[in-house]
Ligand binder design. Structure first.
Ligand SMILES: Nc1ncnc2c1ncn2[C@@H]1O[C@H](COP(=O)(O)OP(=O)(O)O)[C@@H](O)[C@H]1O
Ligand SMILES: [Mg+2]
Length: 402
């Protein structure tokens, strides 16, 4: 798929922007803080209604305004034109109709009931400086990465996640209540039956989530391992593994996962009651990275971490393409300056067939990769478009002056 047009209203530093885009690489260049990343952010927002930089919609609303409106028009690889629009209205104190924030999502002009309904409609993969958090931060960033990817591939998964969250909240509420009752009455028998009801449902839902995550991680594992050798040109061995509840191994059936989860929840119950929350399950799982036989977090250098994240993103891209039959749009934010020319070239080569949005402050870093090794100059004009971004104004640079 490829984006043909975006329309922004009161989004970040854009009061109003209508901009057309073209096949191939869309190179956005300009000084810092002009609005380059904001454009990539608005495009990414249309995949899952969440920014890659923040979970707070209010930060996206232009300062002094109370709503934002983002629309992208794109053409699928099958040649169908579609449109995603997100209209967010902030809460306004004193306005009875705006007590809570409101978010409306539209697909081809039709309002979608839930965020889950937009999953998989428009797919984009983003590479941004923030992605290093995938390695440096705690497991929640890695779970989010997996969850968003799987939701794009398989939208019913998103509903399972919401249901799981709901069930977990119910179970945790009951645990807290049991903890209080237990302290008062010293009697647990009656409540164990109540817990069992939630455990049954949680085990059911968990099994679907865990099995799908395992399956996808196994696929990413192979793709990312290929990608890292391709990017670095070295024989690095990258291994990914999904870390879950003890004794749930790969290659067991959904029913078996469910049974183990149910038993583990039961064994865990006394401990959970004393803590007042559920200590095991998909909400505690993690994605582990191993490079050349060693755990990545404490050992890998900054450069290696960057290559790992990039490989992970390339794996995501390939997996989306393989499973959906559509080429996702690629968003490359400030990555060029961080890669040496060899890596830059190999990256550009591997994303050749996709529409990409590439931000940079120094045009020559991007162009050199294209001009010297990949294309003859005659190909270049068709293959990329250059836009200057200057204080929220986007200007397409005519080909003859490039
Ligand atoms: N909610 C907002 N309202 C108005 N301006 C914003 C908002 N959020 C960010 N900005 C402005 O957007 C600019 C940064 O845009 P960004 O796209 O990140 O820059 P860059 O071109 O360096 O990628 C800054 O000038 C910042 O002040
Ligand atoms: Mg930026």
């Amino acid at each position: 798929m490829r984006v043909t047009k975006i329309e922004l209203k009161n989004f970040r530093n854009y009061s109003h922007l209508e901009q057309e885009f073209y096949p191939g690489a869309q190179i956005l260049y300009g000084k810092n803080a002009q609005g380059k990343t904001n454009i990539l952010e608005s495009i990414y927002l249309c995949t899952c209604a969440r920014s890659h930089r923040t979970g707070k919609d209010m930060e996206l609303v232009q300062q002094g305004k109370d709503d934002y409106d983002v629309k992208i028009i794109f053409i699928t690889d099958k040649g169908i034109e579609e449109e995603i629009r997100i209209h967010y209205l902030a809460a306004i104190s004193g306005d009875p109709l705006r007590v809570k924030p409101i978010r409306h999502i539209y697909h081809n002009g039709v309002r979608l009931e839930r965020v889950g309904d937009m999953m998989g409609l428009f797919n984009a993969v983003i590479f941004a400086p923030e992605d290093l958090q995938l390695i440096k931060d705690g497991p929640s960033a890695r779970r989010r990465f997996l969850d968003l990817l799987i939701s794009q591939l398989y939208p019913p998964y998103f509903k399972d996640l919401l249901q799981y969250q709901h069930l977990l909240t119910q179970r945790n509420n009951l645990l807290k209540q049991l903890r209080d009752d237990y302290a008062a009455e010293n009697n647990l028998t009656e409540y164990n039956l109540n817990l069992a009801v939630w455990d049954e449902q949680i085990a059911n839902c968990s099994a679907r989530i865990i099995s799908l995550r395992q399956e996808i991680v196994n696929e990413i594992d192979i793709l990312a391992n290929d990608a890292i050798s391709q990017i670095t040109g070295l024989k690095e061995e990258l291994r990914l593994r999904y870390k879950t509840v003890a004794s749930i191994s790969e290659n067991i059936t959904l029913d078996e996962v469910q049974e183990i989860m149910k038993n583990r929840l039961r064994e865990q119950a006394v401990d959970d009651i004393s803590k007042g929350y559920t200590g095991i399950g998909p909400h505690r799982d993690d994605l582990m990275f191993n490079l050349n036989g060693r755990e990545v977090r404490p050992f890998a250098s900054q450069g290696q971490q960057r290559s790992i994240v990039l490989s992970l993103k390339l794996a995501e891209l390939l997996l989306l393409r393989r499973r959906t039959g559509e080429s996702p749009v690629l968003l490359l934010d400030d990555v060029m300056s961080e890669l040496d020319s060899g890596r830059r070239f190999r990256l550009l080569q591997s994303i050749d067939k996709h529409q990409s949005f590439i931000t940079c402050t120094d045009l020559s870093q991007v162009l050199r990769g294209y001009v010297t090794e990949t294309y003859s100059p005659a190909d270049i004009v068709d293959d990329y478009s250059i836009f200057e971004v200057d204080r929220a104004t986007v200007t397409k640079v005519p080909p003859q002056t490039q």
